[in-house]
Design a protein around this ligand. Sequence first.
Ligand code: ATP
Length: 211
Amino acid sequence: MDIDQTKIPQATAKRLPLYHRFLESLYASGKHRVSSSELSEAIKVDSATIRRDFSYFGALGKKGYGYNVNYLLSFFRDTLDHDELTKVALVGVGNLGTAFLNYNFTKSNNTKIVMAFDVDENKIGEVISDVPVYHLDQFKEKISQGIEAAILTVPSNAAQSIADQICDAGIKGILNFTPARLSVPDDVRIHHIDLSVELQSLIYFLRHYPL
Ligand code: ATP
């Protein structure tokens, strides 16, 4: 499959894991084709967007047939490196961090937290759901085994200095769960997930834009 992935728009790329997860479940239930309207209903993305996204993947739906599930899955597997295990680190083994270590993403894809870091002596040396907890001072040494991305679940006031430290150590991607807006070098990608903002925004939409 020869698709130039640099041509896929970022908004489309962000929907890839969503498509992938749904198509895997279709495949597991024995379905080999799917229409854009079925997909739209299931994942709540409008069907025009789905058709445009899929055209970037080289998947052309046929009228009355829909999309070939196998083709799409092999495209997603190549694009998302799903045949390879992607290892990530977690910094901050508090309540949220511990929940991520226990969940560990294994059910949905091949991304796994393989090590965690903290500064609390009571947590260092613990192993939570098979994930060892090290002191943050060991970050650079430990992540040299092919870890590019880190999840940040530390208190907001410590987040910027930790982000500086982990970027210096060579981390190229951060999933930031703290409410702090962090500055990182230009070659580091950071995605912010502020759970309380997301919840407030949901409530705002419920109140002001009833369905
Ligand atoms: P807990 O109840 O275990 O403290 P919490 O989620 O309420 O959890 P937070 O204060 O948000 O606690 O801290 C989250 C985690 O981040 C804790 O495990 C804490 O030890 C850790 N932490 C605090 N400062 C740093 C730091 N500078 N570097 C790494 N980890 C840190």
